[in-house]
Design a binder for this molecule. Sequence first.
Ligand code: GTP
Ligand code: MG
Length: 239
Amino acid sequence: MSNKQNQQMGSLGKGADLKGVGVDGYSHNSSRYDYSFKILLIGDSGVGKSSLLLSFISTSVLHHDLSPTVGVDFKIKLLTVGGKRLKLTIWDTGTKSGQERFGIVTSSYYRGAHGIILVYDVTRRETFTNLSNIWAKEVELYSSNQDCVKLVVGNKVDRESERAVSREEGMGLALKYRCSFLECSAKTKENVHQCFKELIYKILEVPSLLEKGSVAVKRQILKQKEVQYPHSKGGGCCS
Ligand SMILES: Nc1nc2c(ncn2[C@@H]2O[C@H](COP(=O)(O)OP(=O)(O)OP(=O)(O)O)[C@@H](O)[C@H]2O)c(=O)[nH]1
Ligand SMILES: [Mg+2]
C-alpha cells in the first residue's frame, strides 16, 4: 500500500473526537507537522490489531474479516490537537504464534516508540494471559523510551456472550503495569477513537516524549550535523 493511501488527515480540538476526514494527498514535508509520534500495536495473533488500526484510519465500519498480517505494516494519520499538528505513524505486525515474527528485528520495531497499545481479545483468555507472559516482557526488554505511554486494550466487546476476561481483570492488569485501560470493538468501532485519543493525550503530557517527537528539535540536530560534517549527505528526517 502506498504512503498516500496509508495516510489520513483529521483534527482534534479539546474534547473533540479523533475523526479522520478522508484519504488525502497530504505531503510528508516535515514543515507540515510539529510532532511525529511512533505508535505500536502488539498482542497475539487474531486479537484484532489490524482491525483496530483500520477501524481508526477508515471512516466506514469493517465489513469483512482481515487476513493475518504478514511482516510489518504501518499507516500514517495526520491530526491537529490543541493547535499542534501531529503525524502518527502506527505500526502493526503479524504475530502468527506468540513471539514468532516474519523477518523483523524486534528491537527496531520497538525503537523510539512514543506509545504502545497492548491488545487482547476479551473472548480468548490466553491472549490476555500472554500480555503478561510475553508482551509486557517484550516491551520491558526492547522499548527504548523509558517514558513510553502504554495502553491495555480488550478488543471484541461486541461478542459479550463469549466474554472470557472480565473488565475488572483487564483493569487489574493495566494497573499492574501502570498503563491506561479501555475495552473496545474494532468491528462496531465502539471506543476505537477513544483508545487512540487516550494514548495521544497521555503522550502530549510527557515532556521527554514531546522533545523526542519534536520536528523542530530533529531539524536542529540535523543542522548541527551539517555544520559538523558539511559534505555528508543527510538522510530524510522526522520519520
Ligand atoms: N467480532 C469481532 N471480530 C473482530 C474484532 N476485531 C477483529 N475481529 C476479527 O478477528 C479476526 C482477527 O483480526 P485481525 O485484525 O486480523 O487480528 P490481528 O491481531 O491483526 O492478527 P495478526 O495479523 O495475525 O497478528 C478477524 O477475523 C477480524 O474480523 C472485533 O472487535 N469484533
Ligand atoms: Mg494483523
